[in-house]
Design a binder for this molecule. Structure first.
Ligand SMILES: *Cc1c(COP(=O)(O)O)cnc(C)c1O
Length: 458
């Protein structure tokens, strides 16, 4: 009986040549389409065996089409970020500046003097411009860029501390997200973790005690980026920690996380120390992401004393963790904006520093336009966030609009309708309503946003 049912399963070759899949076949090619058809028939087989009726050819074709579309949607295509979270980890963190994107575009399809001093034609180091620019901006002697900040921390610990003791406060043995756990990275580097203090309080004397008991190569300070401890908490400031480390011939290494070069406190975001301040306070080596608050492409910067950075460069892991030429182009473009002080060229900096009034003006513009098209929306005050494991719990005030549910009936359905719209829009739900935040939408995306809303038909 079972085999009779299975014999009605659509045949792969008939599915492959189905009229409804012609467009998908042209886009994906026959091999990929055949893979999807097989998956679909396998699914059908399982459901027939479970006693369900056998889907017909057209139903299977429709299913293949939606599987294909869902996969195509997973490519790196633009999404309008109206979620109010500026560094949305699931949206690739910081978008590139126009300068960075055009530097990338100009060089990506060409040969570049990646490791050549073009004047002499001799071999040169990768990333020399970026490294020099990062040193100048941070006030550190030297710099090195690697694949991401996790790689930077791993490399630093491996090059400078393998086989040696590294002291870390128990309040800083954190998980950043995406599997980055400080104790695990430390172990993988070959360094030996020495925990001091307690979760909420670590005093200078705790570090002193650990040093007197067994010495250490370094003190590691980790910025508590994605959570905040309040109340009965204490840890020594960076200057005191640097003095202690140096008086014992040890290094002070800091994992800063975000990599802010600008004090963000005037924009309502306190608690994110700048790179320059950490160097000034006496860190020997500092690591940070270049795609968080810094606002560039994915990368990890190591800045600090020359001999130490050189040791990182010469470590066996450096080659495995090195930055790609594509990223370097984008980073160079981003750094130029920092060097000339044109911070508004960097989308993230522009969004953070956008005055509240400007977000209101923008949201009001959206409201007026939509109302002229017969869609009534409400202007509302919002609290966005920096996100990306930075500046935990510090709200970023903004304005936005709340959409009517229209034919969607509930907020989740509307949110999903917007995500799969054209262009795709990511909103968020506040009090059971879908809101679009004006701060995180990029400067040239208003038209696309409004077009997407009209298109889904509220
Ligand atoms: C984000 C973060 C990391 C990981 O950086 P990636 O660039 O994502 O690899 C490490 N440490 C801290 C403190 C962070 O905030």
């Amino acid at each position: 009986m079972e085999s009779a049912d299975l014999s009605h399963l659509p045949r792969i070759d008939r599915l492959l040549s189905h009229e409804a899949l012609r467009g998908l076949k042209a886009q994906l090619g026959p091999l990929f389409l055949a893979h999807l058809c097989r998956l679909c028939v396998d699914e059908a087989r399982v459901s027939v065996r479970a006693g369900k009726s056998c889907p017909d050819l057209d139903t299977c074709a429709a299913r293949v089409l939606s599987m294909g579309q869902a996969l195509l949607n997973r490519r790196s295509q633009p999404v309008i970020n109206a979620s109010g979270v500026l560094l949305h980890t699931n949206l690739g963190r910081a978008p590139l500046s126009a300068k960075a994107a055009s530097a990338l575009l100009a060089s990506a399809g060409r040969y570049v003097p990646l490791e050549m001093a073009i004047e002499s034609g001799k071999r040169g180091g990768r990333g020399e411009f970026a490294h020099r620019a990062l040193s100048v901006l941070s006030g550190a002697e030297s710099a090195l860029v690697v694949n991401n900040n996790a790689a930077a921390v791993l490399l630093v610990l491996s090059a400078l501390c393998a086989g040696k003791r590294v002291i870390v406060s128990r309040g800083e043995l954190v998980e950043i997200g995406g599997g980055f756990r400080v104790p695990d990275v430390l172990m993988r580097s070959g360094a030996q973790l020495v925990e001091v203090g307690t979760t909420n309080k670590t005093r200078l004397s705790d570090y002193e005690k650990a040093i007197s008991e067994g010495g250490a190569a370094a003190i590691l300070r980790v910025h508590q980026a994605n959570f905040r401890m309040t109340g009965f908490v204490e840890r020594p400031n960076l200057n005191r920690l640097a003095e202690l480390a140096h008086s014992k011939g040890m290094l002070l290494i800091k994992d800063l996380g975000g990599g802010a070069f600008l004090d963000l406190a005037p924009y309502g975001l306190s608690g994110e120390p700048t790179v320059q301040a950490s160097i000034k306070a006496g860190c020997d080596i500092l690591c940070f992401s270049t795609d968080k608050v810094f606002g560039g492409p994915q990368g990890g910067a190591i800045v600090g004393r020359e001999g130490l950075v050189k040791a990182c460069q010469q470590d066996a892991l450096a080659r495995a963790l090195r930055v790609s030429r594509l990223v370097l182009s984008a980073l160079e473009g981003t750094l130029l904006s920092y060097l000339t002080g044109d911070l508004d060229e960097i989308p993230l900096m522009r969004a953070v520093r956008m005055p509240l009034e400007k977000t209101k003006e923008r949201a009001l513009g959206w409201k007026n336009f939509l109302e002229s098209k017969g869609i009534s929306v409400e202007l509302i005050e919002l609290n966005g966030a920096m996100g990306g494991g930075a500046l935990a719990e510090e709200p970023l005030q903004s304005y936005g609009i709340a959409l009517p549910l229209g034919q969607f009936g509930n907020a989740n359905a509307l949110l999903s309708g917007l995500r799969t719209g054209d262009p795709a829009v990511l909103g968020r739900i506040v009090n059971d309503r879908v809101v679009l935040d004006a701060r995180s939408v990029l400067g040239d995306e208003d038209e696309g946003l409004l077009r997407a809303i009209l298109k889904i038909g509220l």
